[in-house]
Design a protein around this ligand. Sequence first.
Ligand SMILES: *[C@@H]1O[C@H](CO)[C@@H](O)[C@H](O)[C@H]1NC(C)=O
Ligand SMILES: *[C@@H]1O[C@H](CO)[C@@H](O)[C@H](O)[C@H]1NC(C)=O
Ligand SMILES: *[C@@H]1O[C@H](CO)[C@@H](O)[C@H](O)[C@H]1NC(C)=O
Ligand SMILES: *[C@@H]1O[C@H](CO)[C@@H](O)[C@H](O)[C@H]1NC(C)=O
Ligand SMILES: *[C@@H]1O[C@H](CO)[C@@H](O)[C@H](O)[C@H]1NC(C)=O
Length: 353
Amino acid sequence: MESRDSPSYSSCIFFICLSTLPIFVSAIDPRPQAQLRFHRNGEFKILQVADMHYANGNKTRCQDVLPEQMASCSDLNTTAFLERLIRLESPDLIVFTGDNIFYYAGNATSMDAAFSPAVSSRIPWAAVLGTHDRPSTLSSEEMMKHIVTMNGSLSQLNPPGYTIDGFGNYNLEVGGVEGSSLHNKSVLNLYFLDSGGTSDVPSIPGYDWIKLSQQLWFKRTSDELEKAFRKEPEPQKESAPGLVYFHIPLPEYATVKSSNIVSVKQENVKSASMNSGFFTTMKERGDVKAVFTGHDHINDFCGNLMGIHLCYGGGFGYNGYGKEGWARRARVVLAALEQTDEGAWGAVSSIKT
Ligand SMILES: *[C@@H]1O[C@H](CO)[C@@H](O)[C@H](O)[C@H]1NC(C)=O
Ligand SMILES: *[C@@H]1O[C@H](CO)[C@@H](O)[C@H](O)[C@H]1NC(C)=O
Ligand SMILES: *[C@@H]1O[C@H](CO)[C@@H](O)[C@H](O)[C@H]1NC(C)=O
Ligand SMILES: *[C@@H]1O[C@H](CO)[C@@H](O)[C@H](O)[C@H]1NC(C)=O
Ligand SMILES: *[C@@H]1O[C@H](CO)[C@@H](O)[C@H](O)[C@H]1NC(C)=O
């Protein structure tokens, strides 16, 4: 949504096939309570914040604002914008898709300041690293470890038992409505990946890519989640929908036909120079409905490629480059559950942004 607009969910709408709910009464192997779950109104809302580029607070000037706005504009405007959006939207989860801080000033101090509106809102939040969260006074690992320990953060360092590239690869489950038949199932699956910085393979220039180790983790996790969803009690007919969050757009973002794009593309897609195949891996698994990245601040489109919606958050932070007169923005996703004639809540029936 644009900063000045009232919420609307018209820019990209997609529906997921409804599945009917067979009735079972056994309660074997109940899953642990999900930390996140759909509301009693059957909805779950996610606010994506991309590219805050937070540096030194009031000492950091803004980029690409109107000349008359320059004097009064600093990182504090980014903070105020985040506070305002949280207040307006009351999301159930806030997701930061990297370049949360800007490395010239990048240390725990700027990170704490950047995330402070999320922390003080007491709304759960999750973050991944971008390209600018890296070459700072902290290593990526230390950076992610710090994020994991912050109040309200559901972020995780990496999945236990995996050797995996990067820091901040994890998934979160969103449970069905309290007391409903899908109370103990994850009805919406969120995946978070570290898309890296710049390539450290000398013969490959440019940005990093989603590595094979990360794809194998995704594949295994998606497979396990599907098995759990199909299992008794309340076995479901297909996977719960998945949404994937990371920083650097996939090369496929550049291949979406303009007729399949909603909202604007104002700059080239800056992805890795090589395609590591993550889009194919997601298509093979079949559960992912949309991917949300940042990185390219003045693109804010969603493009439908073979049924996976490739979306940008749109640049959020005033210390990130932007476009004069084009408001900083964020993306809101609203997932809604199917309701039976008897009023009971079921699986996810629509996801809108
Ligand atoms: C920034 O904030 C500090 C501490 O709140 C204050 O002392 C300083 O004057 C401010 N600087 C600017 C440029 O506004
Ligand atoms: C930044 O914040 C200041 C102080 O609230 C405000 O006067 C100014 O208009 C803001 N600038 C932008 C570009 O929003
Ligand atoms: C972080 O960087 C800022 C600005 O360079 C500095 O004032 C602050 O002391 C640093 N904090 C830590 C914990 O290193
Ligand atoms: C984190 O939350 C705990 C419990 O509410 C509180 O005691 C602590 O001060 C908080 N820490 C920060 C850094 O906000
Ligand atoms: C969910 O798990 C809890 C705790 O194990 C159990 O009491 C409850 O009956 C289960 N609910 C459903 C709908 O399966």
